[in-house]
Design a protein around this ligand. Structure first.
Ligand SMILES: Cc1cc2nc3c(=O)[nH]c(=O)nc-3n(C[C@H](O)[C@H](O)[C@H](O)COP(=O)(O)OP(=O)(O)OC[C@H]3O[C@@H](n4cnc5c(N)ncnc54)[C@H](O)[C@@H]3O)c2cc1C
Length: 397
């Protein structure tokens, strides 16, 4: 059958679902809670062949996708190279992918400022309920509303994201602002620093407005740092004393929290990355949570992307997983007489894939806390070095 699909969440996951279903002849309406067009603050996204194929399959323009990176290099605290591996990849940005998908939505089918509160389903269809009391009716509902999904909250209230014990600090530096030596020796590579009690990953991404010209690109700085729950509560408290649950908007992170992170970086981060941080924009942090749903559908309602499962960012699979969910969902629904049976088949196909990404990401994350005999405070003796360099942001198969 084809019919009308309602998609809750208008970020990359929701837009992928919409694009994939539209190509199979479905009428699709996307409802996004945020009142303004979304922006990824320049976040870098590592591509995989599967993601590129998915983008092409739904009709995204693939020209100027991102920056090509050839090698992976690990540095210790003093800035000595302790590992190198060839692994060519193209790194793009959240904004580039979001924009490519957003353009595919016809006028009047992508609705902003439409927060969803829940749904009701019956034999003939599904009704979506909005914050303002209004409703929409369709044949299928897809919850692509992220890791705190309202749709999953109703379908699987027992599935709750769990705090990993660490946060990720992120920022961007302009290529032209970096010291010459860092530009030559660090910027072109996918870089690591892997001491006990931290994990640093960095790579070049496009500049503002997808500018790929040498000298105009940016460096994506990603530093995972253990933070116990009491300290996290303090970091999530803004200057007015308001405690934000789960995550805090970047402008509200207190100055003393940012200053403490910078002081810690000066003491504990490999020299090239300290130099990058010194010329970066104001860093912001996100606590790392994960979860995996045991099923991804119930009746006429399906989950996709981060709503279904968040694998920690070490595997760099969030966008790719959302893309694969979208293509599988559209394939199972194509020509299906029984929507619920099609969604059960979708769930049976995708849950094991989500579990694989989730468990690998937890293994890579656990290495933050691994203390080898003799210690590894300077990142020169990480006994999982090869594995981390080989598996970080690489497709889980
Ligand atoms: C540091 C970091 C690095 C990453 N690196 C990579 C990488 O290299 N490669 C990769 O593939 N992925 C990466 N990811 C993950 C990736 O960004 C996401 O997994 C991916 O974008 C899928 O998101 P989504 O659309 O499912 O959910 P989200 O992006 O969370 O979007 C959910 C949307 O739903 C909306 N919404 C929420 N509730 C409601 C509601 N009640 N009603 C209506 N709308 C609602 C939200 O406003 C939001 O727009 C990274 C993530 C992080 C944090």
């Amino acid at each position: 059958m084809t019919g009308k699909a309602l998609v809750c969440g208008g970020s990359i996951g929701g837009l992928f679902v919409a694009a994939a279903l539209r190509r199979r002849g479905w009428q699709v309406e996307v409802f996004e809670r945020t009142a303004v067009e979304l922006s990824g603050r320049g976040a870098g996204i590592v591509t995989h062949d599967v993601l590129n194929a998915a983008l092409e399959a739904v009709g995204v323009d693939m020209s100027d996708l991102g920056v090509a990176v050839e090698d992976r290099v690990t540095w210790d605290l003093a800035g000595n190279e302790v590992g190198r591996m060839r692994l060519p990849q193209v790194v793009t940005s959240w904004d580039r992918i979001h924009r490519g998908l957003r353009r595919l939505m016809p006028e009047g089918t992508h609705h902003l400022d439409r927060g969803v509160t829940g749904y009701a389903q019956d034999a003939d269809g599904v009704t979506l309920r909005f914050v303002d009391g209004s409703e929409a009716r369709g044949d299928v509902l897809v919850g692509a509303d992220g890791f705190r999904s309202a749709i999953r909250g109703q379908m699987l209230p027992e599935v709750q994201p769990v705090y990993s014990g660490y946060v990720v600090w992120r920022t961007l530096a302009h290529e032209a602002d970096l010291p010459a030596q860092v530009q030559d020796e660090v910027f072109p590579h996918f870089g690591f620093h892997l001491p006990t009690g931290g994990q640093f990953v960095g790579y070049p991404i496009a500049g503002v407005e997808n500018d790929l010209r040498p000298g105009h690109r940016r460096y994506n700085f990603v530093w995972y740092m253990p933070v116990e729950v009491g300290r996290l509560r303090d970091m999530l408290t803004d200057g007015e004393g308001v405690l934000h649950s789960v995550s805090i908007p970047p402008p509200l992170v207190r100055e003393d929290v940012v200053a403490a992170m910078k002081a810690e970086a000066e003491a504990r981060l490999a020299r090239p990355f300290v130099e990058i941080l010194r010329v970066s924009e104001r860093p912001f942090f996100t606590p790392i949570y994960d979860h995996v749903s045991p099923v991804m559908a119930e009746g006429r309602v399906a989950l996709a992307g981060d709503a279904a499962c968040v694998a920690r960012p070490h595997v760099g699979m969030g966008v790719t997983k959302a893309a694969c969910d979208a293509l599988a969902l559209a394939r199972h629904l194509d020509g299906a007489g029984d929507v619920a049976a099609a969604l059960r088949a979708y769930s049976a196909e995708r849950v094991p894939e989500a579990e694989k990404a989730w468990s690998r990401s937890r293994r890579l994350g656990a290495y933050l806390f691994d203390e080898p005999p003799g210690g590894n405070a300077d990142g020169a003796r990480n006994r999982h070095l090869d594995e981390i360099m080989r598996e970080t942001a690489v497709m889980v198969d």
